[in-house]
Write a new protein. Structure first.
Length: 315
């Protein structure tokens, strides 16, 4: 029982960083091992009696703040609306050259959206054509500013089919992988999940692959662009675009610019990926998680010792 107690506390500790309470079923799904829901519920009730966790209108949290349950419900409703939009946007993104898979990431992939939420996308491109694909998509994004819809097109993480394995193997990236929502290019996405099977060391749950998710159909515009760039000239342009983007982002980082969420703007680049610099967000989350877990396990250990002491005295 002690092992499942610790696993439950660790799971709640991760989501507590984002002030996001979980249902009992969600707690069970994110545990590393398979447990019966009745067993999970029994441990949850025990932890509540010990004041290690709190029940917030059928949600479980480390914080005794009923408002968190209300915020979550409101965020879930907003997420439902944004996900309907995301499906339409993903279809548009699939028309761009060399795009092989489109998935929703970030908080929206966990069915939550605050009042300032963006629609974040995780993009997989053809091998050695990530930068041409990314540039085409971001030129289009510039046009969305005219309609005030730029927050629907946040393509912030790209990889290509050449290197699908995520380098940073930790609880944060594992969570992001298992909660991705693939909307276009399901076969390519399955290869990505297989390439990142290491995530199962952190979470038992794996991304649900919906049969409704469409395979990408190449439109005429896309075929024409790919025909032009499937050449040596395309290789040269690919590298030039990567170098150009890298220089522009380095200037933003050096100036200390931050995004709408107050996170410092920084990106790391490679011929096969384009992603946010882990140091400015990912590392902070991991450090916060490890601190919370350490504190919780110390409290849990003390309570267990007290219970054993009482039992020994009675005996």
């Amino acid at each position: 029982m002690e092992k499942i107690r610790q696993n439950i506390l660790k799971t709640l500790a991760y989501f507590d960083i984002f002030d996001y309470p979980l249902t009992g079923e969600e707690v069970r799904h994110f545990l590393l091992q398979e447990y019966n829901q009745l067993v999970v519920n029994e441990i949850l009730y025990q932890l509540i009696r010990e004041h290690l966790i709190y029940n917030l209108n059928d949600f479980y949290s480390l914080q005794n703040k009923p408002k968190l349950g209300e915020i979550r419900l409101a965020g879930n409703k907003r997420a439902m609306r944004l996900l309907r939009i995301a499906r339409r946007v993903a279809k548009i993104l699939s028309w761009f050259p060399y795009v092989e898979s489109v998935a929703v990431s970030g908080s929206l992939s966990k069915n939550f959206a605050n009042e300032k939420a963006d629609i974040d996308f995780f993009i997989i491109t053809s091998s050695n054509r990530l930068w041409i694909a990314r540039t085409c998509m971001h030129i289009f994004k510039k046009l969305t500013f005219l309609a005030g819809k730029q927050n629907w097109f946040c393509m912030n993480y790209y990889i290509d089919e050449m290197k699908m394995e995520i380098i940073e193997k930790n609880i944060f990236t594992a969570m992001e992988i298992v909660t991705l929502m693939p909307l276009q290019g399901i076969n390519c996405f399955k290869k990505f999940i297989k390439a990142n099977s290491w995530a199962s060391h952190y979470f038992r749950v794996q991304t649900i692959l919906d049969k409704k998710n469409a395979e990408i159909k190449k439109v005429f515009f896309r075929k024409c662009i790919e025909r032009i760039f499937n050449s040596h000239a395309g290789d040269v342009i690919e590298k030039w675009l990567m170098d150009l983007t890298n220089k522009r982002w380095k200037k933003k980082t050096d100036r200390g610019r931050v995004n709408n969420h107050g996170i410092r703007m920084a990106m790391i680049t490679d011929p096969h990926f384009s992603k946010p610099e882990p140091e400015y967000f990912q590392t902070q989350i991991i450090n916060s998680y490890e601190l919370r877990v350490q504190q919780l396990l110390q409290i849990n250990k003390k309570m267990e010792a007290d219970v054993n002491a009482i039992f020994f005295v009675k005996k």
